[in-house]
Design a protein around this ligand. Structure first.
Ligand SMILES: Cc1cc2nc3c(=O)[nH]c(=O)nc-3n(C[C@H](O)[C@H](O)[C@H](O)COP(=O)(O)OP(=O)(O)OC[C@H]3O[C@@H](n4cnc5c(N)ncnc54)[C@H](O)[C@@H]3O)c2cc1C
Length: 288
């Protein structure tokens, strides 16, 4: 049988990995030049910063096991359970010294992946998995479950300052602010103490998209009077409304990702794995 997974974010990679581990050949097609999707890390002046997901949390035992394996391999570490502005005790937030994309790259090992190729129509295969936000899947096929999803945008900025002049913190939820939603100290998150912050805009402000206003608001909140260098990363489809756990299916086409549960990395991984299990159980040759 042939299985094609479109999208090499964590849901597509988790799906393909599980299918391959079951002995079924699988091909992944990704439009970007790298794997990871919203697990996105970029290199700015030779240093890696996370510009998509800010951290990873886990309360599912299987996903926690996955994180622990990455920890043993030196790819992930518990970062902090304390954010400014959090209501009550927070979950442990995990970070990756090499950037969160390195976790996707680890899943991608041994997979047959074609990068830099945008899929525009459903490919021929026994099973096709669209591992991406519903609005992106709709560009490939008119699937009712994809139409049912609703998404909010975000805008991330990487702010590189001449030096660290702010009081130590890990990250902050900036509650009820019109422009800024979160700020993370990327030097703290990465462990190199570089004078770099990453801020995410509110969905309302992301639609406007002026990164210098976002940078100015961060400076005001933290009392920083230095001017940072700004790199901006818009995310038109950042956060879905939470949906029922699992995945959606229309014939031999499966739709998975973080829209199936509480929107976060763990949900995407679980959703991709659930699709894989469904495909494997349906197509495994019966044993006699
Ligand atoms: C700014 C921001 C902050 C976030 N913060 C957190 C956080 O702190 N903690 C957390 O747990 N989660 C966070 N998230 C959410 C987290 O990043 C996602 O839940 C997770 O990465 C989604 O993975 P996915 O595989 O479902 O989708 P994606 O990562 O979006 O993967 C979809 C892939 O499909 C590809 N693709 C799309 N269309 C096509 C096509 N036509 N042909 C080929 N390829 C295609 C895309 O290029 C992409 O690589 C954040 C997200 C954003 C944007």
């Amino acid at each position: 049988m042939t299985v094609i997974v479109v999208g090499a974010g964590i849901s597509g990679l988790a799906c393909a990995r599980e299918i391959l581990d079951a002995g079924i050949p699988v091909r992944v097609i990704e439009r970007a030049p790298a794997v990871g999707g919203r697990l996105a890390s970029v290199r700015i002046d030779g240093r890696i910063a996370d510009v998509g997901a800010a951290y990873v949390t886990a309360d599912d035992p299987a996903f926690l096991g996955r994180l622990q394996t990455w920890r043993i391999d030196g790819l992930a570490h518990p970062w902090t359970d304390t954010f400014r502005g959090q209501h009550g005790p927070g979950p442990m937030r995990w970070a990756a010294p090499g950037g969160l994309r390195s976790l996707a790259e680890d899943l991608a090992r041994e997979l047959q992946i074609t990068l830099g190729t945008e899929v525009t129509e459903l490919p021929e295969a026994d099973a096709v998995v669209l591992a991406m936000p519903g609005p992106q899947a709709l560009r490939i096929a008119d699937l009712a479950p994809a139409r049912e999803q609703s998404w909010l945008p975000s805008l991330a900025v990487v702010l590189t300052y001449p030096e660290r002049v702010w009081a130590d913190f890990h990250g902050a939820f900036v509650n009820d602010h019109p422009i800024v939603a979160t700020i993370c100290d990327d030097g703290d998150r990465r462990g190199d103490r570089a004078p770099v912050l990453v801020a995410h805009a509110t969905p309302e402000f992301a639609a406007d998209g002026d990164s210098s206003k976002l940078a100015a608001a961060v400076g005001e909140i933290l009392g920083i009077d230095q001017t940072p260098r700004i790199a901006e990363f818009p995310w038109p489809y950042a956060t879905p409304s939470p949906g029922p756990a699992g995945f959606a299916r229309a014939g031999n086409v499966y739709l998975c990702g973080d829209a199936y549960g509480k929107p976060r990395v763990q949900t995407a991984w679980l959703s991709g794995r659930a699709v894989a299990r469904a495909i494997v159980s349906e197509h495994r040759p019966s044993e006699h």
